[in-house]
Design a binder for this molecule. Structure first.
Ligand code: ATR
Length: 283
């Protein structure tokens, strides 16, 4: 029951109406009997700073940040943890007595999703398609796992070059255009880190799966639809696929841990997400 002691958590972004995070978190709060609530706020760019100050003023305990504020918000946070600093983007904020701490749990979410499906990164070639915030988070996390190399394929080559450059001291990273087909042909793991294929553009796919080797694992960070055109084509070729729901849930699980100092029920979160997305089983 909501009362005067209820703790408030939320999501901010523009837009947020399609987010399933409120469903996921509120289900967990209910299951664990926590007197907390999670809301979604559509914040316009000109109101971002006032919203953050308002959260401080009224003691919102924590919030998630989504498109398009993950980078912008870093300037409004009091402390950034090491990973968020490296990535230069924040998707989770905790409010400790008016002091805001920013974290990035996207890379962790992607890594946990890969491990859930027994993907091995050590010694392998990983291709990331996209060079935006999500790709940066995943690249820095995967770099820790000793891949042989990381190819970063991006439409705007300069962004891929910049990301590859910032990874240079950690891993063998190479920027590529979509025409450099070896980035696809050599991949042991390939991850779509772009929004291509996301609802409503469900008939788009970021690349041609027939370029990939038979053993290649194909992961998509897009979770709506759960089965993107990319994953459908990969499955049709007999390739192993990982949908975007796992990453979504694992990044949310780490956010929950940061806020509550306890682990959430992952299976319940997965089931809530698949149900909300109209799917009854895992990929
Ligand atoms: P996010 O933080 O979610 O990663 P972003 O920083 O806007 O979002 O990055 C989006 C990524 O998707 C970029 O790599 C973008 O490519 P560009 O750098 O060339 O813009 C990629 N992207 C988006 N729409 C695309 C499309 N239609 N075709 C190819 N790449 C696309």
């Amino acid at each position: 029951m909501i009362d005067a002691k209820t703790k408030v958590y939320c999501l901010i972004g523009d837009p947020v109406e399609h987010s399933i995070s409120p469903l996921i978190f509120n289900n967990v709060f209910k299951y664990l009997g926590l007197n907390s609530i999670y809301l979604a706020f559509h914040v316009k760019p000109e109101n971002l700073e006032s919203a953050i100050n308002g959260f401080k003023a009224i003691g919102v305990k924590g919030f998630n940040v989504t498109i398009p504020y993950k980078v912008q918000i870093t300037r409004m946070i009091d402390y950034l943890d090491a990973q968020a600093q490296l990535i230069n983007a924040v998707n989770v904020v905790s409010n400790c007595n008016g002091v805001l701490r920013g974290y990035n749990t996207d890379g962790y979410g992607a890594l946990k999703a890969l491990k859930r499906f027994n993907a091995v990164i050590n010694g392998k070639t990983v291709t990331l398609v996209g060079a935006g915030g999500a790709s940066r988070a995943i690249a820095f996390t995967i770099a820790h796992e000793n891949p042989e190399k990381i190819y970063i394929v991006n439409r705007t080559l300069a962004r891929a070059e910049e990301l590859a450059h910032s990874l240079k001291s950690r891993v063998n990273a190479k920027p590529c255009s979509f025409n450099e087909l070896y980035a696809f042909k050599e991949a042991d793991i390939i991850i779509n880190c772009t929004s291509v294929g996301m609802y409503p553009n469900v008939n788009e796919s970021p690349f041609d799966c027939s370029l990939l080797k038979d053993e290649c694992i194909v992961m998509d960070i897009v979770y709506n639809p759960v089965e993107t055109k990319l994953l459908r084509e990969a499955k049709a070729l007999g390739l192993k696929t990982i949908d975007g729901v796992s990453m979504l849930i694992y990044q949310a699980a780490l956010a929950f841990r940061i806020w509550m100092n306890q682990d959430p029920p992952i299976d319940l979160m997965m089931a809530t997400a698949y149900r909300a997305l109209g799917v009854s089983s895992v990929s």
